[in-house]
Design a protein around this ligand. Structure first.
Ligand SMILES: N[C@@H](CCC(=O)N[C@@H](CS)C(=O)NCC(=O)O)C(=O)O
Length: 216
């Protein structure tokens, strides 16, 4: 398999961490959505990352669909998303809120990276910020209610833990925002980020610059 995208993308990062936890090896193409846009479009017509090229030659896009494929290959015993019932519903609810926060955070980042200053619209980014804060406050409340539990859902790490940590770290680095405002969420994300597999796929955030080289 070949995973396309830089690890400062929280979507690419959660795929890399999940594949590694599932013992699935992959080659990596460290391509930027800025300078490598055309190259990425050859694999994903949306020009976004991650894209995962399978050994069959098929290319999967959208991190949720890629993760679904990895779980299918891993089988129900090892899958990172619980198979059903309350555990699956709870994990998906956490993933949904975290995904919404990451998407709104990306709008803020894109406004800054791709629009000239005189064309930026503060009421839009302010609204996004309210939405990010709303989702993180709810996730913090959820984390506070289960602060004594090692993992968010059940007795083992699930996709909810991986996604929450990757997206919270992205928001901290890229928006940027102060996660200590959400202490229970912050503590939980920090515990995941301290694990070797999270560190293996961490790089600091670089604002994408269209058609320009990224720092090494
Ligand atoms: N919902 C998508 C989001 C992917 C996404 O927005 N990736 C960003 C990088 S963090 C990207 O490719 N941005 C470039 C663009 O949208 O032009 C997923 O989960 O894969």
């Amino acid at each position: 398999m070949i995973l396309i995208g830089m690890f400062d993308s929280p979507f690419t990062r959660r795929v890399a961490i999940s594949a590694t936890l599932l013992d699935m090896a992959f080659e990596h193409r460290n391509w930027s959505v800025g300078k490598d846009f055309e190259r990425i479009r050859e694999y994903n017509p949306l020009g976004r990352v991650p894209a995962l090229v399978l050994d069959t030659g098929e290319t999967l896009v959208e991190s949720a669909m890629i993760l679904d494929h990895l779980d299918q290959v891993a089988g129900p015993e090892r899958a990172l998303l619980p198979a059903g019932g309350a555990a699956r519903r709870e994990a998906l609810q956490i993933i949904a809120l975290a995904t919404g926060a990451a998407d709104k955070g990306i709008h803020i980042v894109i406004e800054r990276a791709f629009r000239p200053e005189e064309k930026r619209h503060a009421p839009w980014t302010d609204r996004c910020r309210v939405q990010v804060d709303g989702a993180l406050a709810e996730l913090d409340r959820l984390c506070a209610t289960i602060a004594d539990r090692k993992w968010l859902v059940g007795d083992a790490m699930t996709q909810a833990d991986i996604t929450l940590a990757c997206y919270a770290t992205y928001l901290r680095d890229a928006v940027p925002l102060d996660l200590s405002v959400y202490p229970a969420l912050h503590a939980r994300a920090a515990r995941c980020e301290a694990l070797p597999v999270f560190q293996q796929f961490y790089i600091p955030f670089y604002t994408p610059v269209p058609n320009q080289a990224q720092p090494a």
